[in-house]
Design a protein around this ligand. Structure first.
Ligand SMILES: NC(=O)c1ccc[n+]([C@@H]2O[C@H](COP(=O)([O-])OP(=O)(O)OC[C@H]3O[C@@H](n4cnc5c(N)ncnc54)[C@H](OP(=O)(O)O)[C@@H]3O)[C@@H](O)[C@H]2O)c1
Length: 218
C-alpha cells in the first residue's frame, strides 16, 4: 500500500473530496497547489470538515516529491504547462489521471475535447515518461465524495498498462467505503472512460443530479 498520497491541484472540487475520503480511510494526504498559501488554506478547510488530522498542504512540487502516489486533479488545459516540471519528483511513482478533456458550450452543454495523444491519460504518460500512469476516478463526482452524510454507491473504473500500479490504486480506492473498483483494461481505454464522463456530465445537466456508474453482471 502506498504510504502518502499527493493531490496535485487538490484545491479545486475533486481534490478536496478525494482528500477527505482517503484521509478518513487512514491514508496520509497532501493537498498540492501552485500557491503554498492556497494549499494550506484548502488543507485546513478539508480538515475542519471532519476533524481529520492527516491532511496537509504544500506546493505541487513539494507534494509530488513527498508522496508515494500522486493523483492529478487539475483541468485538462493545465496538464501541458504543469506536468513537465513534476516529471522529476514523480519519476517511478504511480500517477492517477482523473482528467476529463471537456469544454462547456453555452448551447450544447458538455462537449468532448479532442486530444492528440488519444486521451488525457495518454498525454500524462507522454509528459511523465518515467511515471506509472493509471486512469481512474473520472466518473466519481466531487459532490458524492464531499457529502459525508451519504454513503458512496458506485464503481471506479481503472485503466492502465502497469498491473502493479493498478493494484496500488485499487488498494487506495478500497479505503473509501461504497466504491467498487473495476479493472477497465489498458491505458488505451482511457479515451472511453473520459468520454463516458462527458456523457454523464450531460445527464447531470438534464437531470439536475450528480450521477455515477454502477456496472451490472460482474
Ligand atoms: N469535479 C469533479 O467532480 C470531477 C470528477 C472526476 C474527474 N474530475 C477531473 O478532475 C480534474 C479537476 O477537476 P476540478 O473540478 O477539481 O477542477 P478545478 O476545481 O477547476 O481545478 C482544480 C485545481 O487545478 C488547479 N489549476 C487550475 N488551472 C491550472 C493551471 N492552468 N495550471 C496549474 N494548475 C491549475 C487549481 O489549483 P491552484 O490554483 O491551487 O494551483 C485548481 O484549484 C479535472 O481534470 C476534471 O476533469 C473532476
Amino acid at each position: 500500500m502506498p504510504q502518502t498520497m499527493a493531490l496535485i491541484g487538490g484545491t479545486g472540487r475533486l481534490g478536496p473530496g478525494l482528500a477527505l475520503r482517503l484521509s478518513r480511510g487512514g491514508l496520509p494526504v497532501i493537498i498540492g497547489s501552485r500557491d503554498l498559501q492556497h494549499a494550506l488554506d484548502a488543507a485546513e478547510r478539508v480538515t475542519a470538515l471532519d476533524g481529520v488530522t492527516r491532511i496537509r498542504g504544500a506546493t505541487n512540487a513539494d507534494a509530488a516529491a513527498s508522496a508515494d502516489l500522486a493523483i492529478l486533479t487539475v483541468p485538462y488545459e493545465a496538464q501541458t504547462g504543469l506536468l513537465p516540471d513534476l516529471a522529476g519528483p514523480l519519476a517511478g511513482k504511480v500517477v492517477v489521471s482523473t482528467t476529463v478533456p471537456v469544454r462547456f458550450d453555452p448551447a450544447l452543454g458538455p462537449v468532448a475535447v479532442k486530444v492528440d495523444e488519444g486521451s488525457a491519460a495518454e498525454q500524462v504518460a507522454a509528459l511523465l515518461p518515467t511515471s506509472r500512469i493509471v486512469g481512474g476516478f473520472h466518473t466519481v463526482s466531487s459532490v458524492h465524495l464531499s457529502r459525508l452524510d451519504r454513503d458512496l454507491d458506485e464503481d471506479v473504473l481503472l485503466c492502465g498498462d502497469d498491473d502493479g500500479a493498478k493494484a496500488d490504486v485499487r488498494r487506495i480506492a478500497g479505503v473509501i467505503p461504497g466504491l467498487r473498483v473495476v479493472d477497465a483494461g489498458r491505458l488505451g481505454n482511457a479515451h472511453h472512460l473520459e468520454q463516458l464522463t462527458v456523457l454523464l456530465l450531460s445527464i447531470n445537466r438534464l437531470s439536475r443530479r450528480s450521477v455515477g456508474v454502477r456496472l451490472t453482471g460482474l
